[in-house]
Design a protein around this ligand. Structure first.
Ligand code: C5P
Length: 404
């Protein structure tokens, strides 16, 4: 799938550099040629010899390397690549890229080209969450750099949270998706999915029966049509889509924040079953039932993420799609909900227990838009996703004809 593609792989100095060796093997097995570049600090983690042996090509690392300059200048080195992949990308490398600094071979290569750049960040969770890194991240996104990951989980430093470099198999899929062309290529699409968990105390939470299957199916169908998908999911059982940028959250407030960070985008689809309320003051310790604390919980309303995006003046996506799970008076309630939320399309479904839809394999949609109401036949969640994505493709093509 990657045959005839040349990837310039920049390895920077993070503990995840060891995973880049596996990434090189996977890229080559998929048919890509890999030109490896190591920063000085990367050499503290992996040796040029092992990188060169796996890539089957010479490692580049010196900015002023006379032999290399005679053979192929550093400008040519980056311009001859189809994609520059920075994996792992340390906080320092992200800062340099955001600044446009060019004080070593890796940063110079990135600055000297208009070849697309994809980075897989890797760092300690505090470094990732630091406002400076988040500022650099936003700058890189605005500059058109594609960001993949990081994942959340146990870290080599013993802490837990977002910051781990994504797994090589997932980075490979992201690279393959980068080269996938389809009718949605160039469209950045945000999808929320799954339930949210609202803590009562450190061990208890309020949740709902959403499995995340419909959201995953929609995101996967979008990726398959060439879209760049940001998938923001609560704790769901369904497999996440391959080739999407995945952000995991727990609560509605975290989901709202992740959505804000993912804007701007062209299309936003809100499939998540967000909890309407959260516990006002979750217990710092497990609440004792003898003390009666559980019978007197007070709740505050969560932000309505869909409505806030659909009604914003700046950065409103061109197309905002909501879902509505109803158990009675489906069409009437859904019509009113579309108006109240301000979304363009509302896909309503009957989730009363008799339908088996919530948490099940199938869905039956009533698609509501200004132009009218369309009843879709009951079908698998994958088929519903295909149908929705085809409708989105038709809409995007119609809009581009109208503008062009
Ligand atoms: O009002 P209701 O929860 O039925 O609305 C459902 C739609 O609104 C879904 O698209 C859901 O993802 C979205 N929603 C949201 N934030 C909330 C509640 C619902 O984005 N707090």
């Amino acid at each position: 799938m990657l045959s005839s593609k040349r990837i310039l792989l920049i390895i920077t100095g993070g503990i995840a550099a060891y995973k880049s060796l596996d990434l090189i093997r996977k890229l080559r097995a998929a048919g890509a040629a890999v030109t490896p570049v190591l920063t000085d600090s990367a050499k503290e983690f992996v040796t040029p010899l092992s990188v060169a042996a796996l890539a089957g090509e010479k490692v580049h690392s010196e900015l002023f390397d006379l032999t290399s300059e005679a053979e192929m200048g550093h400008i040519e080195l980056s311009r001859s690549a189809d994609l520059i992949l920075v994996a792992p990308a340390t906080a320092d490398m992200m800062a340099k890229m955001a600044q446009g600094s060019a004080d070593d071979l890796a940063s110079t290569l990135i600055l000297a080209t208009d070849t697309p750049v994809l980075i897989a960040p890797s760092m300690n969770v505090r470094m990732w969450e630091h406002s400076a890194t988040q500022r650099n991240l936003r700058q890189l996104q605005a500059d058109g750099v594609k960001i993949f990951g990081p994942d959340a989980g146990d870290m080599a430093c013993g802490e837990f949270g977002p910051g781990r470099m994504s797994e090589p198999v997932d980075i490979l899929t992201a690279v393959q998706m980068h080269f996938t062309r389809g009718p949605l290529t160039g469209q950045r699409v945000l999808v929320t999915s799954g339930p949210t968990h609202e803590p009562i105390d450190p061990v208890r939470y309020i949740a709902n029966r959403s499995s995340g299957r419909q959201g995953s199916a929609i995101a996967q169908a979008l990726v398959n049509q060439g879209a760049e998908v940001v998938f923001i999911s609560g704790p769901a059982a369904a497999d996440p889509p391959l080739g999407a940028q995945i952000k995991r959250v727990e609560t509605a407030l975290e989901m709202a924040q992740a959505v804000e960070q993912a804007l701007p985008c062209n299309i936003a689809i809100f499939v998540a079953a967000v909890a309407d309320y959260r516990v006002e003051l979750p217990g710092a310790e497990k609440i004792k039932k003898q003390a009666g604390g559980l019978s007197t919980l007070s709740f505050v309303e969560n932000p309505d993420i869909l409505a806030s995006v659909a009604q914003r003046r700046d950065n409103r996506p061109d197309l905002v799609i909501g879902f509505a799970a109803e158990t009675e008076a489906l069409e009437k309630n859904a019509q009113a909900k579309r108006m109240r939320k301000g979304c363009d399309w509302l896909l309503a479904n009957d989730v009363s227990a008799k339908t088996g839809i919530m948490g099940g394999d199938e869905n039956a949609i009533l698609c509501i838009e200004q132009a009218g109401v369309d009843q879709w036949p009951r079908a698998s969640k994958a088929q519903v996703a295909e149908r929705l994505v085809q409708k989105i493709i038709d809409h995007v093509e119609k809009a581009s004809t109208a503008h062009g």
